[in-house]
Design a binder for this molecule. Structure first.
Ligand code: NDP
Length: 273
């Protein structure tokens, strides 16, 4: 029988994970089954347990279930603990282990693929939802000079920063708190690009060697990316590279080997058109 994996979410039909994991499997001559599973909002836990009973070995978890996956896991990686959310579950020895590879994936995309060095950089994170919470620790471990976290609902940015403030150069505020400040890297971790609503003008400045990164990805550059170019960002990127890299780290957790992503990235990019 093929080893069984899946991605669970709601909605789920848009997920590229089955294609990505099958392409990774080809790199190592692995044979596996990887399917999409749609769970209703109140049936996440039962759906995971049914998958385990059917012989499932691992699951990727996407919106809106990352927090429920965190609650369900019986043991957690340090990254998942810090993020308080789980995007990768592994079922082994009758135990459920939870990890979060989103932040690692983002850091690898920024540093390895986009060649932007996080060390000593000045970083602005816009947004304080699940995705923002998942990326903070891996970014801070790369030793930036400072990190500002801003959010429409300021209290959420403050709560995120609070967990790191004693150990790292982190501060939090509202959208008006970064006017005229200069940043090397600005990450849009809001879901604003997914809606028709735009982020307001925040009036921060990009440095000479800067990167504007939107976690959202799609066929065209997002409004945030376009606006960043107009505001003199040196480079822009959407979040497709992060998607590929987080998947590669999930693959490594389950199979012990880290796939290469470049060719798969091109392939998935062409299917977005
Ligand atoms: P959440 O729902 O947890 O958080 C949404 C965030 O966006 C909050 O900070 C919210 O602010 C903010 N927001 C939403 N609409 C607006 C708006 N119109 N103006 C200003 N702020 C807004 O979502 P996630 O954190 O889970 O996901 C965020 C994005 O990241 C999603 O688009 C998701 O697709 C993407 N993502 C991409 C990944 C990848 O691999 N590339 C991986 C994970 C996520 P407030 O708190 O005030 O409501």
């Amino acid at each position: 029988m093929l080893k069984k994996y899946a991605v669970i979410g709601n909605p789920i039909k848009q997920s590229k994970s089955p294609q990505i994991h099958q392409e990774f499997a080809k790199q190592f001559g692995h044979a596996l089954s990887y399917v999409r599973i749609l769970a209703s909002q109140d049936a996440f836990v039962d759906t995971v347990k049914d998958f385990i009973k059917s012989g499932g070995l691992g699951m990727n978890v996407t919106a809106p279930f990352k927090f429920q996956a965190f609650e369900l896991a019986q043991s957690l990686s340090a990254r998942a603990q810090s993020a308080k959310s789980v995007n990768t579950l592994m079922f082994k020895n009758n135990k459920i282990f939870g990890d979060n590879t989103d932040g690692l994936g983002l850091v690898r995309d920024i540093q390895e693929n986009l060649k932007f060095l996080l060390k000593d950089s000045r970083i602005l994170i816009i947004g304080a939802g699940g995705a923002a919470s998942g990326i903070l620790l891996p970014i801070l471990e790369a030793k930036p000079k400072k990190m500002h976290i801003i959010n429409r609902t300021v209290s959420k940015a403050e709560a995120l920063a609070q967990a790191f403030i004693n150990q790292y150069p982190v501060m939090a505020g509202g959208f008006d708190s970064v006017a005229d400040l200069e940043f090397d890297l600005v990450i849009n971790a809001t879901s604003a690009s997914l809606h028709t609503s735009e982020l307001p003008n925040l009036n921060y400045k990009f440095s000479k060697n800067s990167l504007a990164y939107d976690l959202v990805y799609g066929e065209k550059p997002t409004q945030f990316m376009e606006k960043s170019l107009q505001n003199q960002a040196t480079k822009i990127s959407d979040g497709l590279g992060m998607l590929l890299e987080q998947a590669a780290y999930s693959y490594k957790l389950w199979h012990g080997v880290l796939p290469t992503t470049q060719a798969v990235f091109e392939q998935i990019r062409s299917t977005l058109k």
